[in-house]
Structures are given as C-alpha cells and as structure tokens.
Design a protein around this ligand. Structure first.
Ligand code: GDP
Length: 702
C-alpha cells in the first residue's frame, strides 16, 4: 500500500512542469500563452470542442476578460503532464518580478521574434535565468512574418548571449509559405493547412525529398552536440549500433536539464502553427520538480542549514512568491510547495513573521475557471485565500519542523520622491493605496520622514515610480503630486583601518564602561557587511559581543561624508576591555558605534552613486544628438550596433543625471526613439561633485 502511494506520488511529480515563457515585449509571449491555453483548454470544456466556432468564441471571451494573462500562475494539462505556467514580465524595469518568477519555476521557454532574434532586453532576463540556473528551450515565433529567418535568429543566441542553441526542429517554408516543421528527433514532417485558424495538424509524413539533405545535416549536428555533452549517449554513438529515437530524446532531456544545450524550436502563435510540438517538448525536455536540486533553508531560530526534498513525506514547506488583490476573492497568496503537503484550512507557521496562520481556501487558476482544491503537495503551485500576514518572499511551513527557505533577494531601491495627495481630503486614501502597492511589489518602499513631515516612495528607477503613481490613479482612483526625485547614495571605505571606541562614564551612581578595538577593510561592490568576532581570552565577555555588533550596524547607517548608509565593509572585532561592575550592553553598543565611525573616517571614505544601464534604440539620423546628450549626462557609451537604419546604443549613466530622460529623448528624436533603463551598479561619485554636495549640505545645515 505504501509503495503504491509513493509510486503514485513520484509519478505525479515526474509529470509536473513548473515553467514560464520568457520574452522581450512584443515577441509574442501573450499570443503563445493564449495558444497554449487554447489547446490545453480543451480538457476543461464540455461539448464538441473540435467545432471551430466554439473554440474561437471561447478565445474571444477569454481575451475580453483577460484572466489568462493576469494570473501569476495558470495550470493546464497536456499529454498527461500537469503544467503550471508562471507569469514572467516582459519589461526589465520590473527586475523584482523577473527574479521572483525565476526563483519558483524549474524551466522556461524563451520566445524570440523570428526577424529580430535576441533583442536587447532579452539579454538581461537571460543573465538572470543563468543566475538561477534555469534550464531553457527557445521558441522562435512569427515564422510567418516577412523576413523570418530561423538560422539567423538562432545565431543571435550565440552572438549576443554566448549560448549553445541546437535546433531540434527546422521550419518547412517561411513567411506566408510557412507550413510546419520537421521534427529532427522523430524524423517526421508535421504540416498545417495555410489559412486554418484553429491550427489542426493537417498531416504527419516522412521528411519530404527536397528537405531530406538539410534535415540530415541538422540531425547529425544535433546528435553530435548532444553526444559531446552526455557520456551515456556518447557511448551509444561510439558503439556504432543503431539506436532508437527514444535514446536520443532521453539524452536531449539530460543535456537540457544540465543546462549545457538549448533546444531550439519554431512556429507561429498568430497563425497557430507548430504549437502542439512545443507543448510536447515541455513534457519531454523541461525538468520536473524531481530533476532540480532539493531546496535548502535555515533552521528556524538557529544557524544550521536544512534540506527539504520534493517529497510528500517530508515536512511541509512552501514559499510565497506573489501577492495579488483579486477583485472577486480578495487577497491571494501564490505559493510553491517545496516539500510535504497541506490541506485547506490547516494551520501553518510563517517563519519570517513568526506568526501562526490558517491556510483558508486553496485554489488553482486555469484558463477559464478557478478550481478549489482540498490539498496541495510537493512540487505544486497554487494560491491561498486567508493568509493575512503572509507576503511575497515569506516561508510558510509545518510548525513542528520549521524552516526558513532562502529569501527571494530584491535589489534595494535607488531613487525616492515625496508624494502628497492632490486633494488634502484624500490623505488616508493615498496612504492605503501606497501600502497596497508596496505589498504587491517588494522593490517599492513607502516611508515617512519625520523631519520634513513628508511621505517618501522609493523604487528602482524614475519610470518604476511613475508607473506606480499612474496605477494608483487608474486602478485605485487616487491622484497625487510628486516632488523632485532624490538619489539614494551610499558610502564606503577604500583602505583598511584600525580604531577603538571607549565609552566610559564614572560620575556618581553606577558607571558605564564599554571598550572595543576594530579593524575594518573594504569589500567588493555588492558584497555587503560582514562582522567577524576575533576576541580571544575574554577581553570582551561573550554576552557583550552582540551589543558591539549592534553598535557597529547603527554606526554604519550614516557615513561621515553625506550621511548615507555605509556599505560593503568587513569589520573585525579584535580586542577590548571591560569593567566587572560598570560594563553594560548599552555601553558596548555605544563603544561599537564610536569605533566604527572613527574607523570609517580613517579608511579613506568615498561616496557611491547608482549607475543605470541604458539602451536607446533610435533611427540613425539622431545618433549624434543622442550620444552628445548622453555624454553631457556623464554617460559612457559602451557599444553602438546598427540593424538596417536603426541604431542601438548601450551606455551607462549616473542615476542623478538620468532624470527626465524620457522627455529629452522625445524632443531630441521627434519621438522616434525608445529606451530602457535599469539599475546596474554603484560607482564612486566623482570627488568634485562630492565636494559641491558637502559644501551645499554644510550651508544648509548652518
Ligand atoms: P508580448 O508583448 O510578447 O506578449 O507579445 P504579443 O503576444 O502581445 O504579440 C505582439 C504582437 O506580435 C501582436 O501584434 C501580435 O499579434 C503579434 N504576433 C504574435 N505572434 C505572432 C506570429 O506568430 N506572427 C506574427 N506575424 N505576428 C505575431
């Protein structure tokens, strides 16, 4: 009995695919997703679905309601596989969205335009997918478009991403003659009828004579590249025996999952051709939750690392990855179960807030309907209604075996603006709207400045904040005025230094005594703060070390140049002393803060400014003006490429110089250029500018 249950579970997991479609805006992600739901939706519809009109009617309704696209995760079935499609955004300004979706999906299909190939923004997402080691396949869409070129689009994956793309299909015809594909694994031709809106497979045949030589060449290449990366398959090839296609298929699956090759397919979502073979490939080649490494986390209220296997018999653990306010059922928390299972209504512990909560109802989103389910288990994705205090990035788990799963890391905001309601009477309404936005987006932060009595909103770029202000107006009916954007500078040190902090008070009553000696050294950009305790022989008693650390962290919240947080620094506590009676936590906290402030002063401090990566696409005529303007903004152009008459300029620009860029670019190019901008790194703020700012601050403070 137990064996059967285990087997059932393993089969269920083996047939689960958590995947997403990744694409540059306009490559056709929405159209491809709609096609997928169109074909898989058949299983959810009663009646004669093969009747073209019924299906098309259903598509129109779907489109009007827009449900398919707004779901953070949509579930469907194909060939016995349960596919959870996780939504990924097409715009790089929303890095947080990309990061969180990549964190919970096991594999992805990158949709490319058959004419443009890899477009600038796809590069960013590709690198993020590399960071999470997400196995990928590529679907070259729009094979019906004028200028469609399968080989050229594939080549852009090598040229622009240094990827290892290997076609597992080739197209039969292109543009208006695109009729279908040749499956290089099965060695079959799959034809569609030109003009057939539904995208029925017309016929499957042997490879036609005129494409035999080409298909043979591509198949040999496929076999060779797979063998190069898979020993098991290499042995088969070396033995010289005939092999079944199934063996090749299994080997392609292994090299896809190990991320050594990227299988390439093609089709057209608009004309609904070659979508079914792509769906087959999701099952055949993308990983199941059993194929990816087990998730690791930290012991709750402890330091040790813990592993949770994708197994129903493990303790329950899940990661909340998106919070959505649904107009019909209220607050929905999308989560991925990494281990164990949970029933609707059961209690869970949120190890980030430390609160116990009740799951309430559990739902799965399908294309056309919402399904309430009784329980959800390892490897699956669903949404919960009723988790009041749980937000994106939190772990929920079995309270008897608690764990903290690795958090989704989001970049710190780099720009802030002050906001106030257009109508004073709408103060509370604005506050509510801001909190709602902040809850849905972890890179959007709302704070209140006591000194100026202003509400500040902070985010990843000027555009990010503009979108939020616009969404509040359109979706929540609150309008606000915004102040000038402010840059979030940072400070750091550039050389090692040594300092001590002594806090001693001995006037009447009980005294105070705290004393510590620190060594500090700079860390690489982005490495953050590290504290090392090297106290030996009890020169500072154990119980006061956390107090020293706390003081150091407090001391780092404002640097001595412009008063911004000090980052990327290692602090080593090497010595100190104490007093039997007078020492206290407070005294050591103050000593820690004094010591680190002095050490920073002696460590050749510099200020850091956020640098944005920018990509401008402009008609060639305006190249000179655009570059001239970037130079005036202290920008550095790293590359210009031209595609016919269009120029793509890659550059980096300090955030502080980038404000208002959209307007300038519009007027420089008569509105014919477009750009994308995202945070890239922190760099030293030039000394002359720092000096001006310090003088200005000085006058302001006087
Ligand atoms: P998204 O921004 O990536 O979600 O792209 P959409 O699915 O919204 O498609 C962008 C545009 O490309 C729309 O005008 C679509 O009609 C068009 N499109 C999508 N797929 C195809 C295709 O296979 N062929 C052609 N010719 N156009 C397509």
């Amino acid at each position: 009995m137990v064996i059967t249950e285990n087997k059932l579970m393993t089969n269920k997991l083996r047939n689960t695919r958590n995947m997403g479609f990744i694409a540059h805006i306009d490559a056709g992600k929405t159209s491809v997703s709609e096609c997928v739901l169109f074909y898989t939706g058949r299983t959810h519809k009663a009646g004669n679905i093969d009747d073209g009109n019924t299906v098309l009617d259903w598509m129109v309704q779907e489109k009007e309601r827009g449900v398919t696209i707004v779901s953070a995760a949509t579930s469907c079935q194909w060939n016995g596989f349960d596919i959870n499609i996780i939504d990924t955004p097409g715009h790089v300004d929303f890095t947080a969205e990309v990061e969180r979706s990549l964190r919970v999906l096991d594999g992805a299909i990158v949709v490319l335009d058959s004419v443009a190939g890899v477009q600038p923004q796809s590069e960013t997402v590709w690198r993020q997918a590399n960071k999470y080691n997400v196995p990928r396949m590529v679907f070259i869409n729009k094979m019906d478009k004028i200028g469609a070129d399968f080989d050229k689009a594939t080549q852009t994956l090598i040229d622009r991403l240094s990827a290892n793309p290997i076609p597992i299909q080739i197209p039969i015809g292109t543009e208006d003659k695109f009729e279908g594909i040749i499956d290089l694994v099965e060695q079959k031709a799959i034809y569609y009828k030109i003009g057939d809106e539904i995208g029925h497979i017309d016929k499957t045949t042997d490879i036609p004579e005129d494409l035999k030589a080409k298909a043979e060449e591509y198949r040999s290449n496929l076999i060779e590249k797979v063998a190069e990366n898979d020993e098991e398959f290499l042995d088969i090839i070396f033995s010289g025996e005939e092999f079944e296609n199934e063996k090749l298929k299994n080997a392609i699956r292994r090299v896809t999952i190990s991320n050594t090759i990227i299988p390439v397919m093609c089709g057209t979502a608009l004309k609904r051709k070659a979508i079914q073979p792509m769906l087959d490939a999701i099952g055949d080649y993308l990983p199941s939750p059993l194929d990816v490494p087990s998730v690791s986390g930290k012991e709750y209220r402890g330091e040790s690392n813990q592993i949770r296997k994708a197994d129903d018999n493990e303790p329950f653990s899940a990661l909340a990855f998106k919070t959505v306010s649904d107009p019909y059922i209220g607050r929905l928390i999308y989560f991925r179960v990494y281990s164990g299972s949970i029933n609707a209504g059961a209690g869970v512990l949120n190890t980030i807030t430390g609160k116990k909560e009740r799951m309430g109802r559990i739902v799965k989103m399908h294309a056309a309907d919402r399904e309430e389910i009784k329980s959800v288990s390892a490897g699956d994705i669903a949404a919960a209604v009723g988790l009041k205090d749980t937000s994106t990035g939190h772990t929920i788990c079995d309270e008897n075996q608690p764990i903290i799963l690795e958090k989704i890391t989001f970049p710190e905001p780099v720009v802030s603006v002050s906001v106030e309601p257009k109508l004073q009477s709408e103060k509370d309404k604005l506050q509510e709207a801001l909190l709602k936005m902040a809850e849905e987006d972890p890179t959007f932060i709302v704070s209140y400045n006591d000194e100026t009595a202003q509400t500040l909103i902070s985010g990843m770029g000027e555009f990010h904040l503009e979108i939020i202000v616009d969404r509040m107006k359109r979706e929540l009916n609150v309008e606000c005025n915004t102040g000038k954007p402010q840059v979030a500078y940072r400070e750091t040190i550039t050389s090692n230094s040594h300092a001590e902090g002594k806090f001693i008070r001995q006037s009447g009553g009980r005294g105070q005594y705290g004393h510590c000696v620190l060594e500090v050294e700079p860390r690489k950009s982005g490495e953050g703060f590290e504290f090392v305790d090297s106290i030996k022989g009890g020169s500072i008693p154990r119980e006061y070390i956390p107090a020293v650390r706390k003081g150091i962290i407090e001391g780092l919240t404002s640097g001595n140049l412009l008063g911004y947080p000090v980052v990327d620094i290692k602090v080593n506590l090497i010595d100190g002393s104490f007093h039997d009676v007078d020492s206290s936590e407070v005294a050591f906290t103050i000593a820690g803060s004094m010591a680190v402030k002095d050490a920073i002063k002696k460590g050749n401090p510099i200020a850091l400014e956020p640098i944005m990566k920018i990509e401008v696409t402009t008609p060639g005529d305006f190249l000179g003006e655009v570059i001239g303007d970037l130079n005036r903004r202290r920008g550095q152009v790293s590359e210009t490429t031209s595609i016919t008459d269009t120029q793509i300029i890659k550059a980096s620009v300090p955030l502080g110089e980038s404000f208002g860029y959209a307007n300038t670019l519009r007027s420089l190019t008569q509105g014919r250029a477009s750009f994308s901008m995202e945070f890239e790194r922190y760099d030293e703020l030039p000394k002359s500018i720092l000096k001006d700012k310090m003088e200005n601050q000085g006058t302001k403070n006087d």
